[in-house]
Write a protein that binds this ligand. Structure first.
Ligand SMILES: *Cc1c(COP(=O)(O)O)cnc(C)c1O
Ligand SMILES: [Zn+2]
Length: 412
C-alpha cells in the first residue's frame, strides 16, 4: 500500500494523484440549529446549541473533477475522495493505508448477501478511517495533544495514528476493555488510563480534564471529522456496487458515526452526480443489554434516553448514550430502515457461523449483523432477492475469548 503522503511528494503533478485535486471543504454546519461556522477554526460541537457539526463542501466545484473515471485511476485508499475530504494540504494527511476494504460475497450465508470487511483496516477495525480523518485535520489545525474515551478500537486507532502524527495521545477505557486493545495502545506509546465504569464515564473524565491539559477531545461525533472518515465506507459501497446502492445495510451501532456518515456520503454522491436518489434501508443492530437506539426507534422518540446498566461482550456496542442519537434515528427513519437488538448468545452463534461458513473471523459487533439478518429474513423484512450488506466492523482476532478450545492432544 502506498503512503499517500509519500506518493504525493513523489509525484505532485501527476494527473492521477488524488492530491492534484483540492479539498472543497467550505464550512461547518450544525445538524440541529443549522448554524454556519468557519471550517478552519478548531471546533468540536456547535458553539450555539451543543449539537453535532457536519463538514460541508462546495459540491458544485467537487463535481467537476470527482468523476468515476478519475476515481478509478487514483491510488487506492480513502483519501482518494479528495474533493469531499476535509484536509486542505495533503502533507497533513496521516495515513496507514486505511479504506478500500473488500466487499465479499457471502453466498454460503445468503444468496444476495455481502460483507464489507473492515477487519483488514490498520489497527484491525474501521475506527482507522474516522481517526485518520480526525487526526489529519487536527494536525492541520495545529493540535499536538489528543484524548479519547473509547470502548477499545477507537483508542487503538488513535494511539497508532497519533504516534504517526507525533502527537501525545491520552486514552481512557473501561477496565474490562479487551486486553489486546489495551496492549495496542501501550505499544503505540499512548498514555492509557483504565476507568471502573462505562465509556460514558470515560467521556466525562476527558471532558473534565481536556481544557486544563490542553487536549483536543476526539470523542465520536463531538468533533466534525471522524464522520468524514467513516463516510468513505458509503462512498466505496457505491463504487463497489457500480453506482447503484444495495437494498439494505445492516450496521452494528454504538456511537453511530458509520451509519450517519454513510447517509451523508450518499447525499454528497447524489449532489455530485455519481448516484441517483435510490437509498438502502439503513438497519441498526445493537446488543440486547445496551440498545438505546432500538428502544427509542420502537417508541417513536427523536432522542434516545441513556441505557442503564449497559453490558455486552461486543464492546464497540457498549455505548449507553450517543451524542448523535437524533441523527441515527433520523437516518433509520428516512431510509425506511429498522432497528433491532440481538442477544449475547445470538452474537456468539453468528460469530462462529460467519467464520466457519465464510472464512471471516468477525468481531462480535460485526457478527451481530448476521444475527440480525437471520431474524429479518425469517420475519420477511428482508427478502432473498434483495442485495444486503453486513458490516464486519473489525477483526475477531482481538476477541479471542469468544473461541473455546477443546482440542485433542496426541504424542508424536
Ligand atoms: C466502534 C465500533 C462499532 C460502533 O461504531 P459506531 O460507528 O460508533 O456506531 C462497531 N464495531 C466495532 C468493531 C467498533 O470498534
Ligand atoms: Zn447548533
Amino acid at each position: 500500500m502506498t503512503d499517500p503522503v509519500t506518493s504525493a511528494t513523489r509525484e505532485p503533478k501527476s494527473t492521477v494523484s488524488p492530491f492534484s485535486h483540492p479539498s472543497h471543504l467550505s464550512h461547518l454546519e450544525c445538524t440541529a440549529c443549522g448554524g454556519r461556522h468557519d471550517a478552519d477554526r478548531l471546533l468540536r460541537l456547535c458553539p450555539d446549541c451543543g449539537k453535532v457539526l457536519y463538514a460541508r463542501y462546495d459540491l458544485a466545484a467537487a463535481r467537476r473533477t470527482l468523476t468515476k473515471e478519475s476515481l478509478a485511476l487514483r491510488p487506492r485508499g480513502m483519501w482518494r475522495w479528495r474533493e469531499i475530504m476535509p484536509v486542505r494540504d495533503a502533507s497533513h494527511i496521516v495515513s496507514l493505508g486505511e479504506g478500500d476494504t473488500p466487499l465479499l460475497r457471502a453466498s454460503r450465508l445468503g444468496p444476495n448477501l455481502f460483507i464489507k470487511e473492515e477487519g483488514v483496516c490498520p489497527t484491525g477495525s474501521f475506527k482507522a478511517r474516522g481517526i485518520s480523518a480526525a487526526v489529519s485535520r487536527a494536525r492541520e489545525l495545529g493540535v499536538t495533544k489528543v484524548a479519547i474515551p473509547s470502548a477499545g478500537n477507537a483508542a487503538s486507532a488513535l494511539a497508532a495514528y497519533g504516534a504517526r502524527a507525533g502527537m501525545e495521545v491520552h486514552a481512557f477505557m473501561p477496565v474490562d476493555t479487551p486486553l489486546l486493545n489495551q496492549k495496542e495502545c501501550v505499544v503505540y506509546g499512548a498514555k492509557v488510563t483504565l476507568v471502573r465504569g462505562l465509556i460514558s464515564d470515560c467521556a466525562a473524565i476527558v471532558r473534565k480534564r481536556a481544557e486544563a491539559e490542553g487536549w483536543f477531545d476526539i470523542s465520536t461525533l463531538k468533533e466534525p471529522y471522524r464522520a468524514e472518515g467513516k463516510k468513505t465506507m458509503g462512498l466505496e459501497l457505491a463504487e463497489q456496487f457500480d453506482w447503484e446502492l444495495p437494498d439494505a445495510i445492516i450496521y452494528p451501532t454504538g456511537g453511530g458515526t458509520g451509519i450517519v456518515g454513510m447517509w451523508k456520503a450518499f447525499a454528497e454522491l447524489e449532489a455530485v452526480g455519481l448516484i441517483g436518489p435510490k437509498r438502502p434501508r439503513m438497519i441498526s443492530v445493537q446488543a440486547e443489554n445496551c440498545a438505546p437506539i432500538v428502544r427509542a426507534f420502537q417508541r417513536g422518540l427523536d432522542h434516545a434516553p441513556p441505557w442503564e446498566n449497559a453490558s455486552t461482550r461486543a464492546s464497540g456496542l457498549r455505548v449507553p448514550s450517543a451524542v448523535a442519537d437524533y441523527l441515527i434515528l433520523q437516518t433509520i427513519r428516512e431510509s425506511g430502515g429498522t432497528a433491532l437488538a440481538v442477544s449475547e448468545d445470538e452474537i456468539d452463534v453468528a460469530l462462529h457461523e460467519v467464520a466457519a461458513r465464510e472464512g471471516i473471523f468477525a468481531a462480535p459487533e460485526g457478527a451481530a449483523t448476521w444475527a440480525a439478518a437471520k431474524r429479518l429474513y425469517a420475519d420477511g423484512t428482508l427478502r432473498p432477492e434483495q442485495r444486503v450488506v453486513l458490516f464486519d466492523t473489525g477483526t475477531g482476532l482481538k476477541y479471542p475469548d469468544f473461541v473455546q478450545l477443546d482440542l485433542e492432544v496426541v504424542d508424536p
